[in-house]
Design a protein around this ligand. Structure first.
Ligand code: KIV
Length: 277
């Protein structure tokens, strides 16, 4: 490739073709600077509706709007050169009918530049996934714990133990048959995640679903230690940016109060040395 030829972006068929190869690496991103960091190391940047909780202080993802997803989606797409953006369809934007889902998915893609969408649901969303994929919209599905249904699920619980396992497998098979190019498996037992991964021909991306999945995703602010409201068991904290930021802000506050900031090097002299005014 010449120095001037543009980098070919990763697209849904590339992700689908990665089944059974090296694990797919995915993080969420909501802003351009973080998207740039993610782009350097990951295959996908997920503009998750977790943005509502992580950046906007919402109690759940239920209040996230199309406008929020479009704003953050655009910001992320601007920061990506290699990694593929996946944009979440917010609660209430796709469940009513395949037509409603098509309208909103097309708007998310057109207004952000993301090449695909993600939506939550298994068997009951299969008709919608098929409707979208037949009309040129690539869909990543999300099954197991689906946070937009937190109220009906009764909390952020593990899904798929004992009597529930067959239902999660049925969800996985239905979304694959409907044409999803990959699927997020959230908070399901490791054995079930391994069986689903073996059975499906599309990649599984796990979050709290064990190491057998075809890839892994985490919320970037969780793994960087920036979001500390609560910490699910599946989060490994790779850094304590929240702690670092808190120390830095405390130091700044102390220096302002002590009048040691701004120092001379941060200030502008009335006359530049060696120059006539
Ligand atoms: O919104 C989000 O961040 C997600 C991940 C948890 C997969 O859907």
């Amino acid at each position: 490739m010449s120095a001037t030829s543009p980098v070919r972006p990763v697209l849904p068929p590339d992700i689908r073709a990665r089944k059974g190869q090296a694990p797919l690496v995915v993080l969420t991103a909501y802003t351009t600077p973080v998207a740039r960091l993610v782009d350097a190391h990951c295959d996908m940047a997920l503009v998750g509706d977790s943005v509502g909780m992580v950046l906007h202080g919402m109690p759940s993802t239920i209040g996230v709007t199309m406008e929020m997803m479009i704003l953050h989606g655009r910001s992320v797409v601007r920061g990506l050169q290699k990694a593929m953006a996946v944009i979440d369809m917010p609660f209430g934007s796709y469940e009513e009918s395949p037509q409603q889902a098509y309208r909103n998915a097309a708007r998310l893609m057109a207004e952000t530049g993301a090449p695909c969408v993600k939506l939550e649901g298994g068997v009951h969303m299969a008709e919608t996934i098929a409707f979208l994929t037949k009309r040129g919209i690539s869909v990543q599905a999300h099954i197991g714990l689906t946070p937009q249904s937190v109220n009906t699920l009764g909390g952020y619980k593990v899904v798929g133990r004992e009597g529930e396992a067959d239902g999660v497998m049925e969800d996985a098979l239905a979304i694959e048959a409907a044409g999803a190019f990959s699927v997020v498996l959230e908070k399901i037992p490791v054995g079930l995640a391994a069986r689903i991964t073996q059975r499906l021909s599309i990649p599984t991306i796990g979050i709290g679903a064990g190491v057998a999945c075809d890839g892994q995703v985490l919320v970037v602010d969780d793994m960087l230690g920036f979001f500390t409201e609560f910490r699910p068991k599946f989060v490994k904290r790779y850094a304590d940016l929240g702690g670092l930021a808190s120390d830095a802000i405390a130091e700044y506050a102390a220096e302002v109060r002590a009048r040691t900031f701004p120092a001379e090097e941060h200030s502008f002299a009335d006359v530049v040395k060696g120059k006539q005014p």
